[in-house]
Design a protein around this ligand. Structure first.
Ligand code: NAP
Ligand code: GLV
Length: 318
């Protein structure tokens, strides 16, 4: 069995190749380099160039080293015919990312609930009275939190937030039942989901149906002075609308892990906004060993002719 591997982080490649060789001892695993058109049964990739797939009719599956497949599908949108049409595209299912997302979202929610963000700002002021001022914490029972996306990551995030006694709502495409979470499904229920939320955590995939969902209309349905936590993709957010919403006080603050352009350009206005907290796309990192273990299990299953999970519906975009 031949496997071709690619990551844009060249320094990480040797460790990945070694882990894959250990997990799949019978396989011949190689790093893809430009010009390599040799046969391969499987591709295991993160943000590959289009050339990797041309021409590659022998592939039996393409494994993506992440939960989101938007970058790969956008290759196909911009250059139709890039991806072999009937080859399953398989994304990672959790592999340790759900726990990381839950930590991040709980941290952000508690920081805003207890107004630690405002104490951080006050500490940097020179006015002593402003620095030593007790702020009324938000009441947990009215601190309504909404999680957009209830998949492998969003469902875990919603449950973790609910375990702190916060009233939690969740939004997905199809109907769901999650203990302790009020669930809403489909575009028709989006306004009811958003109504009066104090904090929104975004964990939707980036697709033509979800891009731009964090916009001024969405913000106008939230409680005045609500908080935004975007952990999914930069394409979900209309950046200008967030800047306006924070400038006018419609939103109190935002925590952003993902951006339209990454790294976030050094002159981007977000860097100068004290109420915007920025992290460099680290909310949930791909953990090598659990990812390799899951992919190896799926390759074995495909070799036996068994069904596997995590196959992307290319039409839906996730
Ligand atoms: P997933 O398992 O595919 O779940 C996606 C969820 O979104 C599902 O609940 C789905 O509804 C819902 N959804 C999709 N389209 C929708 C629409 N049009 N309207 C309403 N709901 C919709 O994905 P995941 O593994 O949880 O990952 C989610 C995203 O997190 C990824 O796509 C990626 O962009 C992002 N991510 C970010 C980082 C980071 O470090 N910042 C790390 C990993 C992932 P159904 O359940 O009804 O299908
Ligand atoms: C990271 O952003 C992922 O999609 O896994």
């Amino acid at each position: 069995m031949k496997i071709v591997f690619y990551t844009p982080q060249a320094d990480d490649a040797p460790a990945w190749l070694a882990s894959l060789a250990r997990a799949l001892p019978a396989a011949d695993v190689r790093l893809w380099t430009p010009g390599d058109t040799a046969a391969a049964d499987f591709a295991i990739v993160w943000r590959p160039p289009a050339e990797l797939f041309a021409p590659r009719e022998d592939l039996r599956a393409i494994f993506v080293l992440g939960a989101g497949v938007d970058a790969l599908l956008s290759l196909e949108r911009t250059r139709p015919g890039t991806l072999p049409p009937d080859v399953p595209l398989v994304r990672l299912e959790d592999t340790g990312m759900a726990a990381q997302m839950a930590e991040y979202a709980v941290y952000a929610a508690l920081r805003y609930l207890r107004r630690f963000d405002e104490y951080d700002l006050a500490q940097r002021q020179h006015d002593e009275r402003a620095r030593w001022r007790v702020l009324e914490p938000h009441a947990p029972e009215t601190f309504h939190v909404g999680v957009l996306g209830l998949g492998a990551l969003g469902a875990q995030v919603a449950k973790s937030l609910a375990s702190f006694g916060l009233p939690v709502r969740g939004y997905s495409r199809s109907e769901k039942t999650i203990d302790g979470v009020a669930t809403f499904a489909g575009e028709r229920e989006l306004p009811a989901f958003l109504e009066g939320l104090k904090l929104v955590v975004n964990l939707l995939p980036s697709t033509p149906a979800t891009d731009g969902i964090l916009n001024r209309t969405t913000f106008s349905r939230l409680a005045h002075g609500a908080y935004l936590v975007n952990l999914a993709r930069g394409a979900h957010l209309i950046e200008r609308d967030l800047i306006d919403a924070i400038d006018t006080g419609r939103l109190a603050a935002a925590t952003l892990d993902v951006f339209c352009e990454e790294p976030l350009p050094h002159d981007h206005p977000f860097w100068r906004m004290p109420r915007v907290t920025i992290t460099p796309h680290i909310a949930a990192l791909t953990l090598r060993e659990p990812a390799v273990e899951q992919i190896a299990r799926k390759i074995d299953a495909l070799a036996r002719g068994d069904a596997i999970g995590g196959i992307v519906d290319r039409r839906r975009g996730y």
